[in-house]
Design a protein around this ligand. Structure first.
Ligand code: NAD
Ligand code: G6P
Ligand code: MN
Length: 440
């Protein structure tokens, strides 16, 4: 295989060292000649690059690593763009989480009003990236997008740039499947899921290992322990994540057909989540005090001592998944993944233009969807409501319509009434000045 050029958009991300390590750990089957980091925050990216350069030196010194804030330099002739931007960074994530909580609604990065607000910030910067990639990159490039809220980003980009060579992805199902592999004592790569839903809003309907369904065993485990297992995914070990993995138990006890995505807790257990939350200290604070601090402390130490601890960042499901997917786009290796794709009949009961998360086969020809068929009323109803909320938001952002965005907030299952929706929305508009499109 020709060695590839990969550009990481959001080069200053806390995930960049792990993603670069994941890329280089596959160099024998997926050779890469150049990695470029692209960000709009040069200072943050240059700091993170201090560690990334060491990762490159240790794992593949012949690979060229550069950083830039110039889109032409970043995307010229590139083969892959791994996108992981956070528009407004953690400071705005904190607002997404704290504003709804102050009004008694779920405050979360990608779910409920917080996710809608983050969507409003992210749609147009992602369109800009798509246009620059289209202009400069190898015509056969692929953009693999992690940038959240992936459900809304996927829906908006499909509407605004329907022909873009982008695949929207999420590491949550992969992390859950890593736990399933631990529970079933098998290799994570041997887990074959059946699944349907929207991003952060889906259900596993079966789990296969070497041609055999292991679903009943898993359901029994989740009924007793949720997704808690002996060796959780490396990136989800903190107490709040452990609690989230445990909550799958309550959802299973109530609705035992399928295994839930962990993010369904925000919709099905919303009041419990609000009651447990501290509006003065949310997940954004935990991440700033945890993952981000650990990385920037290591950078500071490196500046003083010239050495760093390789153990302070992880590859995890996040790094492994995106590189496995890129490799499958370059070789016929039977790659089957859960991806966020245009429905077009795959889930029979959902609209054609919904962006659904379902199994897909991936090869150099691109993405081939697996047909899911009909889904039961409860799941269909939940998904339709969430899809309507996200679709109103996308239309509201594009049309600059206050009313459509209010409809999006009002329709969301985490919101009790349009009075609550409006109070949250109005505070969000103030907090997001300079980030959101103008609404009239
Ligand atoms: P982070 O704040 O550490 O990094 C994000 C970087 O993006 C920052 O350096 C920021 O300057 C940069 N950025 C912001 N706007 C940009 C733009 N327009 N162009 C280029 N760069 C820009 O955030 P993080 O916690 O490392 O997460 C990065 C992103 O990955 C977030 O969107 C997060 O939600 C997402 N994520 C998604 C998944 C998934 O399953 N889809 C998993 C993990 C993380
Ligand atoms: C999971 C999800 C991502 C999300 C991340 C947040 O991996 O799939 O979409 O961005 O969790 O994790 P954090 O540790 O930042 O709260
Ligand atoms: Mn995700």
């Amino acid at each position: 295989m020709e060695p590839k050029i990969i550009t990481i958009a959001g080069g200053g991300s806390t995930y960049t060292p792990g993603v670069v390590k994941a890329i280089l750990s596959k160099k024998d089957t997926f050779p890469v000649k150049e990695i470029r980091a692209y960000d709009i925050d040069a200072g943050r990216q240059d700091d993170v690059a201090i560690i990334v350069r060491e990762v490159v030196k240790a794992n593949c010194p012949e690979c060229v690593f550069t950083t830039t804030t110039d889109p032409e330099v970043a995307f010229r002739d590139t083969d892959f763009v791994f996108a992981q931007i956070r528009v407004g960074k953690y400071a705005m994530r904190e607002q997404d989480e704290k504003i709804p909580l102050r009004h008694g609604a779920v405050g979360q990065e990608t779910c409920g009003c917080g996710g809608l607000a983050y969507g409003m910030r992210t749609i147009f910067p992602m369109v800009e990236i798509l246009d620059m990639v289209e202009k400069y990159a190898n015509p056969n490039h692929w953009i693999l997008n992690y940038s959240n809220p992936a459900a809304i980003v996927a829906l908006a980009l499909k509407k605004l740039r329907p022909n873009a060579r982008i695949i929207n992805i999420c590491d949550m199902p992969v992390a859950i499947m890593n736990g399933m592999a631990d529970i079933l004592h098998c290799d994570p790569h041997d887990i074959v899921p059946d699944y349907f839903g929207l991003n952060h809003f889906g259900w596993f309907t079966d789990i296969w290992v070497n041609g055999e369904s292991r679903f009943d065993e898993l359901k029994k485990h989740v009924l007793e322990h949720g997704y808690l297992c002996d060796v959780p995914d490396e990136q989800h070990w903190e107490p709040s994540w452990v609690h989230t993995y445990g909550n799958a138990k309550t959802i299973m006890q109530r609705f035992g057909d399928y295994l839930p995505n962990t993010y369904l807790q925000y919709y099905l257990l919303s009041q419990d989540i609000v009651d447990e939350s501290n509006p003065d200290h949310t997940r954004a604070n935990e991440v700033m005090e945890g993952r981000e601090k650990t990385l920037f402390d290591a950078i500071a130490r490196y500046k003083e001592t010239g050495s760093y601890d390789d153990g302070m960042f992880v590859v995890g499901a996040h790094g492994t998944f995106i590189v496995d997917l890129a490799e499958s786009l370059c070789r016929e290796n039977g790659g089957r993944y859960l991806l966020i794709v245009k429905n077009e009949g795959a889930v029979a009961d959902l609209p054609d233009d919904a962006m659904v998360e379902i199994p897909c086969y991936v090869s150099p020809r691109g993405v081939e969807k697996v047909s899911v068929g009909h889904i039961p009323t409860f799941y269909k109803g939940m998904i339709e409501q969430q899809y309507a909320s996200e679709k109103c938001l996308v239309e509201g952002a594009i049309e600059g319509s206050y009313q459509k965005v209010l409809m999006a907030f009002s329709l969301n299952k985490t919101v009790k009434s349009s009075t609550q929706a409006q109070a949250i929305l109005d505070e969000m508009i103030d907090a997001n000045k300079g980030y959101w499109p103008e609404l009239a």
